[in-house]
Design a protein around this ligand. Structure first.
Ligand SMILES: *Cc1c(COP(=O)(O)O)cnc(C)c1O
Length: 398
């Protein structure tokens, strides 16, 4: 884990933090890019070996390349410290474990990321007797009502990554504090550029860095940011003992991704907005889910929390049969059929393919929901691709 250093205060805007925080030329022989410290251990100083005490011991615990990534993200979130992990789930499960104990109770909105949901409802439930209540979460009072004497954690994800559904995070954090309950949020959709929940009172901010932070679809990575005290404990317990630490090369790729994150997210957002508006007026589209549109059902929360309302991730409901929706998805040529998002490439996924209607309903996934990630390709090419796929879907008549 790394705590912000005094010299990091020099960088006050997200762009400057992304571009330069951690570039310590004097320390790295003038290299314009800090090196990858691709080593497992650090020689300890002895009275005779002349090795300076760098504070680094072993790369599962800390490493100078990881350190730079951690300070960049802590600074972006306005937090005191951060710890990087080998994946987003490594970060999320560590943050959750920090606040749970045997037989405790967790409250969360029902729209959280699938594997996080499974971690809470199956893994923690079956192994440690952890119980949970899922709330719709539009009204913060729903969280208050769900609290039990044994509740130790309120887990949030806002906006969620399918229907871009939000919570009033400041109000929920207040309720949690009144009850001495910990709070964790998955802030991946917003990125630290558009929302900083630590400043709204949330204890631990999780991201998968496999999406916009990495940005090139070439790493799986994660991070937790928060107070020095919480992050120190997570690094010493969940990370050091369970071992989901980041690899130095992965950390270096993450730093490279962060350098261009502000320009990439802006470009994704401009194209995403064009696609969202185009879809909204299209006869084959029932509803578009996107914070950039005035039609977002929680516009007040969008205005209250999101400094930037657009990126490349949006979803819509297809107005037609399931067979037509599936034909649309398979007919796309520029949008590859695959999970994930946040990379340079356009992607498309239909989460209910292979799911029973009951399962889709239990997860509150609207019928014929299609999620698009609008990549960095020419937006007119992407719109033409969507149009030809809509035309192809009309040929399915059964
Ligand atoms: C992808 C994703 C994760 C998981 O991240 P990994 O790096 O794949 O472990 C968690 N939350 C959200 C919202 C995601 O989109």
């Amino acid at each position: 884990m790394a705590v912000l250093k005094p010299q990091d205060e020099h960088y006050t805007t997200a762009q400057d933090i992304c571009t330069h925080l951690g570039d310590e030329y004097a320390q790295f022989m003038g290299a314009i890019v800090p090196p990858i410290f691709q080593n497992s251990l650090f020689v300890k100083p002895t009275p005779k070996n002349g090795v300076p005490d760098s504070g680094f011991v072993y790369s599962r615990v800390s490493n100078p390349t990881m350190d730079i990534a951690e300070r960049k993200i802590a600074a972006l979130e306005g937090a005191e410290a951060a710890a990087v992990f080998s994946s987003g789930m490594g970060a999320i499960s560590a943050a959750i474990m920090h606040f749970v104990k045997k037989d405790c109770h967790i409250v969360a909105p029902h729209t959280i990321y699938g594997p996080t949901r499974t971690f809470i409802t199956k893994y923690l439930a079956e192994k440690f007797g952890v119980t949970h209540t899922f709330v719709h979460g539009v009204d913060p009072e729903e969280f208050r009502k769900a609290i039990r004497p044994e509740t130790t954690l309120i887990y949030l994800e806002s906006p969620s990554s399918l229907t871009l559904y939000m919570q009033d995070i400041e109000e929920v954090a207040k309720i949690a504090k009144e009850h001495g309950i910990g709070t964790v949020i998955d802030n991946t959709y917003a990125t630290p550029l558009h929302q900083n929940p630590y400043k709204h009172g949330v204890d631990l901010i999780c991201h998968t860095a496999s999406k916009y932070m990495g940005g090139h679809s070439d790493i799986i990575a994660g991070v937790v940011a928060g107070s020095k005290e919480n992050i120190e404990q997570i690094a010493a317990n969940e990370r050091e003992l369970m071992g989901a630490c980041m690899d130095p090369h992965q950390a270096w790729l993450l730093i490279r991704g962060l350098r261009t994150m502000p320009v990439r997210v802006k470009a994704h957002g401009e194209s995403g907005m064009k696609v969202a508006k185009w879809l909204e007026q299209h006869p084959c589209v029932k509803q578009v889910f996107y914070p950039g549109l005035d039609s977002h059902p929680q516009k007040e929360l969008v205005d209250k929390y999101l400094k930037g309302k657009t990126n490349g991730l949006l979803a819509f409901t297809f107005d037609g049969t399931a067979a037509q929706a599936t034909e649309f998805v398979y007919s796309l040529k520029m949008f590859q059929f695959g999970v994930s998002w946040g990379g340079f490439e356009s992607l498309c996924v239909m989460p209910t393919v292979g799911m029973s209607e009951e399962e889709a309903a239990s997860l509150d996934i609207p019928t014929n929901l299609i999620r698009l990630h609008v990549g960095l390709e020419d937006v007119d090419t992407l719109i033409a691709d969507l149009e030809q796929a809509f035309e192809a879907s009309k040929k399915i008549t059964e």
